[in-house]
Write a protein that binds this ligand. Structure first.
Ligand code: ADP
Ligand code: MG
Length: 712
């Protein structure tokens, strides 16, 4: 008997290898499969009689096979399958390339349903490489026949290689009946208020909508669910927060002024204002929970340092958690340098490095434990290592999370729990920092528990980064330009989507590009490579060499996306730009243009057509070009994120790396009205019963959701 919890391997027709591939997509059980939603639909809701077909349109046709045969095209060394289909009005020619098995699957006399684009060539109208499926013989033009792949609104899923749309539709169709077993956790009142359909119905309709109305209803229900859970959680956090206390951190005005005056630059007004807001907030015993938002390069770090300095002057501990070891080391070095005039001990903790600055007693560096560092430091900088081990702070008054979008809510909570100061029931003030551009209204709606400070201005002398989409034929020119920049003393980033030489996709990889640049293009220059698989010490060394201007060109994966600061770099070259989100590329671009030098961002993308591929890809490369053009014209991270939403859909906007942002499948982060409705409902429920015991199904759902949504 199949249930929702049945392992997918038990669903008939899923073999070992298919199961493995599905598991890669996160699909382990029948339930997961049902909750794997399509990202778009092909509209084949109208059958067209063959005699009414026109060139250039996508159509759905049903008919009987009159002839089917394989041919070889000797010149192109291609196998061609030709078929003739008759629907009683006319005969249509069908062609498939390099799929000889089709001629074995289909026989003369079979009834089939086809979906594809109609084209015209010397022999009249044809359909090239349509999707096809066999159907029951008893069809007529207006009576649909149980077709899943070629008629009505046909779902399309995000898939990995070797799983086909057909396969996954077939599998979901088999178990769609199980949706009746899904517990509908949404309280009845809410469903009634918003006229939401049942969860079981929504699941059925999201996969196999009969029409656009079905789809609309399904989306409304599922989108509301997503936003509602987010709101419920953040309202509960807010409620808890309002009942706790934090240590008040007094503002050391004179010391702060002296420190700010000692910097080699003047703070921008926005930096001053943000620092001031934060300092005022933590002077209170009401716990601060604040998001500091500022575009890449706007100078968030220095604001964090000012705040941590004040905590240390209060003789209290502050911790700064960051997503990568590279960034941890960089912040550690910066902070040690800037605070060297103060008697403040600074500790560094990450998986492979431990260090403590300004510490009188020498401990054997190899034996030093994380807990020793914590016990002896005023300011601690660290990675996830801070929350993975059983670390306890003595007197933590301030927790700062850099690049907060890379952490889940659960990790944020774990950091807050590291404070041992249970006896006074105190919790640290929390400051999260992000370059992800979320407008104020959205941040408040999304994270009802956070206050917001915004650095909305860049340091003065910055120049706009000149961005160009570079066609393949001008690659050499780009390399010449890079050589010139390096001659002038600058440095260059090259970003690739993958680490290793890729498969047939032709996507650029770090290894491959590194080799090419090092051996062929710039044999006279020092080139470095960086990716997540290198040992930390190695990464460290390379970063240091790049910082010291020994390495001129750094070839890297997206690991440099986050926070790394190399002011001398002036060119950011992005390979396979079509593989990244706009907001993400904007982050890469923020790695350059951090000093007075004019900086450049070059985008390389596959816009050419691989031969023998269906007509759809022309359209695809036009879309890619449009998307990338947005980066040329626009330098505002938020606008770019919004545009990406249009091009790539909500799940993709902030990149797969994005944590802490709820992974929305259906709803949009930009749907303020629905967000507000969900929030109002959440507030209402919590007012009635903050324990949620009145709605046991909802309570259980929220628990599960928190576990699965935000953890790594
Ligand atoms: P982000 O906001 O992306 O974290 P950083 O804090 O890393 O940005 O700052 C980027 C660079 O700008 C750093 O080299 C920093 O020293 C410098 N910087 C910060 N504030 C200013 C300022 N007011 N004027 C000039 N340079 C600044
Ligand atoms: Mg930063």
């Amino acid at each position: 008997m199949l249930t929702l919890d049945t392992d997918i391997i038990k669903i008939s027709r899923i073999g070992e290898s298919a199961a493995k591939r599905l598991k890669k997509l996160g699909i382990e059980t029948a339930r997961d499969l049902l909750f794997y939603f399509p990202f778009r639909y092909d509209d084949f809701s109208h059958l067209t009689p063959i005699n009414k077909l026109q060139a250039g349109i996508s159509a759905n046709v049903v008919g009987q096979i009159e002839l089917i045969q394989n041919k070889r095209s000797p010149r192109q060394r291609m196998n061609i399958t030709e078929a003739l289909i008759n629907d009683g009005t006319e005969i249509l020619k069908i062609i498939w390339f390099n799929q000889p098995f089709i001629a074995r699957n289909l026989k003369v006399g079979d009834n089939i349903s086809l979906a594809g684009k109609v084209e015209e060539n010397y022999s009249g109208l044809t359909m090239n490489s349509p999707v096809y499926e066999k159907i029951q013989p008893s069809y007529s033009l207006c009576h649909v026949s149980g077709a899943v792949h070629t008629q009505g609104l046909v779902p399309n899923y995000h898939l990995t290689a070797k799983i086909t749309q057909k396969q996954i539709r077939f599998l979901i169709k088999q178990i769609i009946g199980l949706s009746a077993q899904i517990i509908d956790w949404q309280p009845q009142e809410i469903k009634k208020n918003f006229k939401l359909i049942s969860l079981a119905d929504a699941i059925k309709k999201i996969h196999f909508p009969k029409n656009n109305f079905d789809l609309k209803q399904a989306r409304e229900r599922l989108a509301f669910d997503e936003l509602f859970l987010i709101q419920l959680q953040s309202q509960l956090v807010k409620k808890n927060l309002s009942m706790s206390k934090s240590p008040a951190i007094k503002f050391y005005e004179q010391e702060t002024k002296n420190f700010v005056n000692s910097l080699c630059f003047r703070l921008t007004n926005a930096q001053r204002k943000s620092a001031w807001e934060i300092l005022q907030d933590i002077a209170n015993s009401r716990p601060m929970s604040r998001l500091l938002e500022g575009d890449v390069g706007s100078g968030k770090t220095i604001v964090a340092i000012i705040v941590m300095l004040n905590a240390a002057l209060n003789k209290k501990q502050a911790v700064l958690m960051v997503p990568t070891e590279i960034l941890a080391k960089q912040h550690y070095d910066t902070i040690c340098r800037l605070l060297s005039n103060f008697d403040i001990k600074i500790g560094l903790i990450s998986r492979s490095q431990r260090q403590i600055f300004n510490f009188q007693f020498l401990i054997d560096k190899n034996k030093i434990k994380n807990q020793d560092i914590i016990n002896n430091s005023d300011i601690i900088i660290g990675t996830h290592a801070l929350i993975q081990e059983d670390i306890k702070f003595q007197d933590l008054a301030l927790a700062i999370i850099d690049e907060q979008h890379r952490f889940g809510v659960e990790q944020r909570a774990a950091l807050m729990r590291t404070n041992a100061d249970k006896k006074h029931g105190l919790m640290p003030h929390l400051l999260s920092m992000t370059a992800t551009p979320i407008p104020r209204s959205l941040a408040l709606a999304l994270y009802g528990d956070l206050d917001l400070s915004v650095i909305n201005e860049m340091p003065k002398q910055r120049k706009k980064i000149i961005t160009k989409i570079v066609p393949e034929c001008e690659r050499e020119k780009a390399y010449d330009f890079i050589r010139e920049q390096i001659k002038q003393g600058r440095q260059v980033f090259v970003i690739c989507p993958l680490i290793d030489i890729s498969d047939k996709l032709g996507v650029k990889s770090v290894e491959e590009e590194y080799k090419k640049l090092d051996k062929i293009v710039f044999p006279d220059l020092t080139i470095g490579k960086l990716h997540g698989r290198l040992a930390t010490a190695e990464k460290e060394k390379i970063m240091q060499e790049f910082l010291d201007n020994k390495i001129k060109i750094l070839v890297s994966t997206s690991v440099v996306e986050v926070g790394v600061d190399i002011p001398n770099a002036s060119v950011m070259m992005i390979e396979g730009a079509d593989r990244f989100g706009l907001a993400q590329i904007h982050q890469f671009r923020g790695r350059v243009g951090r000093s007075i030098y004019q900086s450049y961002c070059f985008l390389f993308a596959r816009l050419d057509l691989p031969s023998g591929i269906v007509s759809g890809s022309i359209q695809q490369s036009e879309i890619t070009l449009k998307r990338l053009q947005a980066l040329v014209d626009n330098h505002n991270g938020f606008d770019l994120a919004k545009m990406d939403l249009k091009f790539r859909g909500p799940g993709q906007v902030y990149g797969a790396e994005q944590k802490g942002f709820p992974q929305l499948k259906i709803a949009s982060l930009f749907d303020y009205i629905l967000m507000k409705q969900a929030r109002d409902q959440a507030v209402k429920l919590i007012d009635i019963d903050p324990s949620l015991n009145k709605w046991p199904n909802l309570k259980e759902k929220l628990g599960d959701w928190e576990k699965t949504t935000h953890l790594e």
